[in-house]
Design a protein around this ligand. Sequence first.
Ligand code: CAO
Length: 474
Amino acid sequence: MIVEVRLPEISENVSSGDVTKVLVKVGDTVAVDQPLIELETEKAVFEVPSTAAGVVTDIRLKPGDSVDVGGVIARIETEAKQGAAQETSAPQKQAPAPAPKAEPEQPKQAPAPAPQPRAEERRPVANPPQPTPARPVSQDAQPAQESTAENIRDTVVAVAQEQGSAVPASPTVRRMARELGVDINQVRGSGPGGRISSEDVSAFAKSIITGAGSQGGPVQTGPSSIGPAAGARALPDFSRYGEVERTPMSKIRAITAQSMSYAWNTVPHVTQHDEADITALEEARKKYAPRVEKGGGKLTMAAIVTKVCASALHRFPDFNASIDMQHGEIVHKKYCNIGIAVDTDRGLLVPVVKGVDGKNLTEIAADITLLAEKARTKKIMPDDLEGGCFTISNLGGIGGVGFTPIVYAPEVAILGVSRASMKPVYINNTFEPRLILPLSLSYDHRLIDGAAAARFLRWVCEALENPILLAIEG
Ligand code: CAO
């Protein structure tokens, strides 16, 4: 029997992705959960596994193709009836795959469920995710069906509506236009039948920024006409000074750039610095590390600081909040999800440890180890990156004495952790060698006052020095 493997629902607000790699070919025998393609969305790059076992008879995608939720990734002749199929249609099985289609097919049946973490990786997520900071503009601009799609039916409706509208462009290109604040109806398509590509949208946006109007369309002006790229300036001609090479930004880099620009331009940042004496804590860390390792994690400073911050967020609720300037309200979150900045070879990713307040150190360490591994091996899913309340960025494994992290808006604070080092500290009329951990708390001064930030960070330092504080006040 031939089974169609389709792109499952990925996450809220994500209805398509671009294929970066095809990991199988026609004739390959694949198992359930074996990765078929590598897909890049606005939120992550990850592998899409097969939902069927058997022989790949058709794979229509190639790197660079866009595929929608519900679109066919591959056709697989399942093992159960493979013999029967060979008897009746062996030549057909050998036939070459049909040529790739410009548009992904509309689903004829309900698509497979989203790729799920293995049972032992699954964690209950008690609270709904908050919007991710990477898409502050697009979320406002998206059609209701797309932004609230909770099941595949809604997603398919959204995709169908987009594809049925007058302007020929894929959902990915439309989304890109929305994110750039470009009215897609004004973009002239260079493809067959006037089809609009992402390059057409980029060129149009560029023409708006430079005022060149290179596409001949009306030049939009004013702050609402263009989104995050509005501050972009035309670059000088570097080739006048020497050889240069231009490479397209990956989606992760583009989203990081947008997200950082948004936070930098929106949030009045202040960074508070402090130091914790972790001499005793380091001894305890080494002592208990083997015990934590049995739980699947590595007891490192990142895990310990995450546990302490969960208590600090409980004690200082303004740090577990967002500002809604549109409605003049402060949104206090009654849940505690902490993002951990992870350095990957594709750039910065911030997976989120969910429900930190309900987890012990062993569970938090296991979560961080797993999420960092998933981020670095392209297994991270968009849901893993959503719903953060506060972020921790630990550069201590690399080095440095301090830095000023950028708040991951709409969160209101981020804690930077630098490298712990031995320092002479004056105690009881003598200098003693102590292990000192530098901490830098950047915060949104619209909501957090300097004194509150100093108190928050002092409490974190004291809790690291005297962990009993977690039990007494956390
Ligand atoms: N001070 C001293 N040593 C530290 C330390 C600190 N603050 N943090 C970690 N270390 C040590 C660890 O103990 C470990 O030593 P051993 O190998 O001897 O046990 C080593 O450094 C490596 O630790 P790690 O970085 O693998 O583990 P972690 O849990 O502390 O951090 C993670 C995990 C994912 C936060 C980290 O790997 C990472 O990616 N950090 C980069 C974050 C980043 O890029 N931030 C910038 C964001 S803004 O651009």
